[in-house]
Design a protein around this ligand. Structure first.
Ligand code: C2E
Ligand code: MG
Ligand code: MG
Length: 460
């Protein structure tokens, strides 16, 4: 009798232990919010897929990675409880659209994955992605709120060349990054994406090093008063343009090739701070050398991402104090296309700088579709007409008209105007006839290094 009950207790204990173990396994492998398999389980599943596809040459499967465009904003505004509700609704929609034999998992945050088993028809992927995106874009009710989200999808075709699950995930992420470039985008992974990502990573490392090792310099391009079309018009300002000469090379790399890369991370703020400090040191030296003459203002390009940084205002203030530069010696240039993103914050920051006495220019004007009413609200002093319009003025009658209209617009809004990229006397003359007051371009001068800009100041 006693033996039997001891045995029963033991059985019971074993059962409970097994249940606890099963629960632990469940917790380790499944996402508690949505009940979907988590990343760990997906990797396990992928590992198996990769191994079987190695043996069968024509058996391809596919991994779809999906994330939601506005989830973070909704989560921050409506709170995490609503955010959680939203996620489980999204998960349900995904699971409902995914084919029955698909493996659906949550990768974390607003990221999901759908693993499609052996594909008999690759052509079936696109309609599936479209169905997913359409369904996810339908309004979702959250209590008394109704929200809409858009999903981006990165796709990897898992061919037999893959031998590790991690590689499939990596490529899926790269495709997803590309897919995010437009709302409701989707992209299939291409090997070039990997090369490009690698290239960018190396370039970013080199750029960080360049900042430390002083491979960067500032060039100055004169901005002139358009009083005559002559190539020797009076200089009123300089635009500071960054130049990078990587170690061991004799050529400069164009900022168009590395600024966009820097803008993807906080590197842009470091770069922007370096440019600003260097320019201010230079300006202060010029003013000390010519205390009784008017020294041209310097126009500095800033990226919106830098401007949005919490420390921006403080950093500007510190550099001004340290270098004793007057705000009226400076202008800030912000590209129009970037200006229309996060309006209120940027407007406040710009207004603050302008209040301090720094003038604000909109760079590359005409490329960014800013609305006229918006333009009136912006704290700006100057429009810079984009080079593209100036270049085609002679050959393209429409562009000629656009330039004329921008000049008139600037006059009506009482803004100063600079035409960028003037390369011929004809262009300069035409701009003068339109009433454009300032110009910049190879016709007057290329960007000059520090010493040449200094020389020009002494002549002027
Ligand atoms: P941007 O601010 O519009 O600068 C004008 C660009 O036009 C400069 O190119 C200048 O060299 C070029 N340019 C000037 N006149 C002519 C001309 O007559 N013909 C032609 N074809 N080009 C002309 P750059 O120096 O290569 O700079 C390219 C862009 O990189 C700049 O466009 C600006 O958006 C960005 N950039 C340059 N320096 C900085 C910087 O310090 N910080 C930030 N955030 N961006 C910078
Ligand atoms: Mg500029
Ligand atoms: Mg420009």
């Amino acid at each position: 009798q006693e033996l039997r009950s001891a045995n029963q207790i033991l059985q019971q204990e074993i059962l409970e232990r097994r249940q606890t173990e099963a629960k632990l396994v469940y917790l380790a492998m499944y996402d508690s919010l949505t009940g979907l398999p988590n990343r760990t389980l997906l990797i396990e599943h992928l590992e198996k897929t990769v191994q079987t596809s190695q043996s069968a040459l024509y058996d391809w499967s596919a991994l779809l990675m999906l994330d939601c465009d506005r989830f973070k904003a909704i989560n921050d505004t409506l709170g995490h409880l609503r955010g959680d509700q939203l996620l489980s609704k999204i998960a349900k929609r995904i699971a409902a659209i995914a084919p029955e034999d698909a493996f659906v998992a949550r990768l974390g945050d607003d990221k999901f994955a759908i693993m499609l088993p052996i594909l008999s028809d690759i052509g079936a992927i696109a309609p599936l992605v479209q169905r997913l995106q359409t369904r996810l874009a339908e309004p979702i009710e959250l209590g008394s709120y109704e929200v809409t989200i858009t999903a981006n999808v990165g796709i990897v075709l898992v061919d037999p060349s893959y031998c590790q699950a991690e590689h499939v995930l990596r490529d899926g992420s790269l495709a997803l990054i590309q897919a995010r470039q437009k709302p409701q985008g989707w992209r299939i992974f291409q090997p070039e994406m990997h090369e490009r990502a690698l290239h960018r990573l190396t370039l970013e490392g080199k750029l960080r090093q360049a900042l430390r090792q002083q491979e960067l310099q500032i060039f100055y391009q004169p901005i002139v008063a358009l009083t005559s079309a002559s190539a020797t018009a009076p200089i009123v300002g300089y635009e500071a343009l960054i130049r990078w000469q990587p170690q061991g090379t004799s050529d400069f790399m164009s900022p168009a090739d590395f600024i966009p890369l820097a803008e993807e991370s906080d590197l842009i703020s470091q770069l922007g701070n370096w440019v600003f400090r260097t320019v201010c040191q230079q300006l202060s030296q010029w003013h000390r050398t010519f205390p009784h003459r008017s020294v041209p203002f310097v126009s500095v390009n800033f990226s919106v991402r830098h401007l949005q940084g919490e420390q921006f205002v403080q950093q500007i203030y510190e550099v001004l104090k340290e270098t004793q530069v007057q705000p009226s010696w400076l202008k800030f240039e912000i590209t129009e296309s970037l200006l229309i993103q996060d309006t209120q914050l940027i407007m406040n920051t710009l207004a603050q700088q302008r209040h301090r006495g720094i003038q604000i220019s909109i760079d590359d004007f005409g490329t960014g579709y800013s609305s006229l009413s918006y333009l009136k609200q912006l704290p700006v002093d100057t429009l810079k007409i984009d080079r593209a319009f100036i270049q085609d003025m002679e050959s393209d009658h429409d562009n000629l008209k656009i330039v004329e209209a921008i000049v008139q617009l600037a006059q009506a809004l009482q803004l100063d105007i600079v035409a960028e990229g003037i390369e011929t006397g004809w262009q300069a003359q035409q701009l003068i006839e339109f009433g454009c007051t300032h110009g910049q371009g190879y016709w007057f001068s290329q960007p000059l290094d520090n010493q040449a800009a200094w020389g020009l100041l002494q002549e002027n």
